[in-house]
Design a protein around this ligand. Structure first.
Ligand code: HGY
Ligand code: MN
Ligand code: MN
Length: 409
């Protein structure tokens, strides 16, 4: 059975590899905190008897060799990077529970046919480079071009960030062949309240909601606050008007079917006594239905046009990331569900409002997800929490499902 104290120790050690001076855990990709976490994780993997390596962009692997080197591998893990001021379970819990499953497999003395690989991905959060970029490189969806076109907010290219951290940048060894992976299993916090509120042990994910991210720039004219309201080109008021109208519309017409979030908002020159001449903000649409994401994009464009004439401003819309709603592999979801039942854990079939690496893997290989309860549904904040006993249950199911999948031809 999984050792909850090993899980706790790993998570509470990883927690502290964080940017100084930030509340919670801040571990952006290609930062010193990320590299410290990589070193620690590799040591823990090696202590568990796994062979370790990093791929060309900084994803980290630990492998437990199987008896058949030619068999496609079974992969499990999640992301090692975090958003700013995050908790220390998002992503990390999936890596640590996969590592705990590897320990149990090793301690059982009964090797698998397939090799089992524990994976810690980089750039899952869009906190520095677009989200899911580490997985996109594993899946071969990104290539050399993106190393030079993707830039962080300081203008550092992905290629430069990789070089600064000493990763090889070798995409050949990063991209996994189509027939090389038998299954990708990801354990993750639910990041919602359904499991906890229904006292259910684990969630089996059916569809991972799609997310479509935009950056909007509103260009008006900086002027003095005494400028009459009907003469100014106030980018800030135009942006705020659009935001409040769009939020009200999504709340009224898409209850429980879509969400919109405006997480980043910057005025320029951002002074108390200056009408903002430029305002830049982010738009994050989520829905389980592609047609709803398309409707929301059309509504955004419509509102931007209306803002231009109403506030005498110009607007620019840039698509930053677009991942469609993604179904998980039904066969492997059923195996997770059956193994949980065999261990007398209750389960609930549910969708994921949050995005995950599994949505990139699922496009190329069979991928399934298992959720553990989130306390009060809190996440992406220092109060994020789940009981370590929940994670031990998840690791037990992961381990049993890996064994079961290994038996399949
Ligand atoms: O944005 C998300 O849904 C996830 O936290 N990366
Ligand atoms: Mn997250
Ligand atoms: Mn996550």
């Amino acid at each position: 059975m999984a050792d909850r104290f090993r899980i706790q120790n790993n998570l509470e050690t990883l927690r502290d590899f964080s940017a100084p001076g930030e509340e919670g855990t801040t571990r952006l990709s290609y930062t010193p905190a990320y590299l410290q976490a990589v070193d620690y994780l590799k040591k823990e993997m090696e202590a568990a008897g796994l062979r370790t390596w990093e791929d060309g962009v900084g994803n980290v692997y630990g492998e437990l060799k199987g008896t058949d080197e030619t068999a496609p591998v079974i992969l499990s893990g999640s992301h090692l990077d975090t958003v700013r001021c995050s908790g220390y379970f998002d992503g990390q819990a999936g890596i640590v529970c996969a590592l705990e499953a590897a320990r149990m497999l090793k301690e059982s003395g009964k090797p698998l046919r397939s090799s089992f690989q524990v994976l810690a991905t980089i750039m899952e959060e869009g906190a520095r480079f677009p989200n899911l970029t580490g997985s996109r490189y594993i899946a071969g969806e990104n290539g050399e071009a993106q190393l030079d076109t993707l830039r962080d907010q300081d203008g550092v290219t992905l290629r430069e960030a990789i070089r600064q951290c000493g990763f090889s940048g070798n995409l050949e060894m990063t991209c996994r062949k189509a027939d090389s992976i038998k299954a990708f299993l990801e354990l993750h916090l639910e990041q919602g309240i359904r499991l906890e509120s229904t006292h259910t042990d684990l969630g089996i994910v059916e569809t991972i909601y799609g997310c479509r991210w935009f950056t909007v720039a509103v260009n008006g004219a900086t002027s003095h606050p005494s400028t009459p309201m009907n003469l100014r080109k106030d980018a800030g008021i135009a942006a705020c008007t659009l935001i409040s109208e769009l939020a009200a519309l999504v709340e009224e017409h898409y209850p429980n079917r879509a969400t919109v979030t405006f997480g980043k908002f910057e005025n320029h020159p951002n002074e108390i006594n200056a009408v903002p001449g430029r305002t830049v903000f982010s738009v994050d649409f989520r829905s389980g239905k592609p047609e709803i994401l398309n409707e929301l994009e059309a509504l955004l464009k419509e509102k931007l046009k209306a803002m231009e004439s109403r506030f005498r401003v110009k607007t620019e819309l840039t698509l930053y990331s677009d991942v469609p709603p993604t179904p998980c592999c039904a066969e492997f979801s059923k195996i997770l569900e059956e193994q949980a039942a065999a261990l007398h854990f209750s389960t609930l079939r549910m969708d994921s409002g949050a995005g995950h690496d599994a949505m990139i893997f699922a496009k190329h290989w069979p991928a399934a997800m298992i959720f553990v309860p989130s306390h009060n549904g809190l996440t992406h904040c220092p109060k994020e929490w789940t009981d370590y006993g929940n994670l031990a249950k998840g690791a037990d199911v992961l381990c049993a499902a890996i064994r079961q999948i290994d038996k399949l031809d």
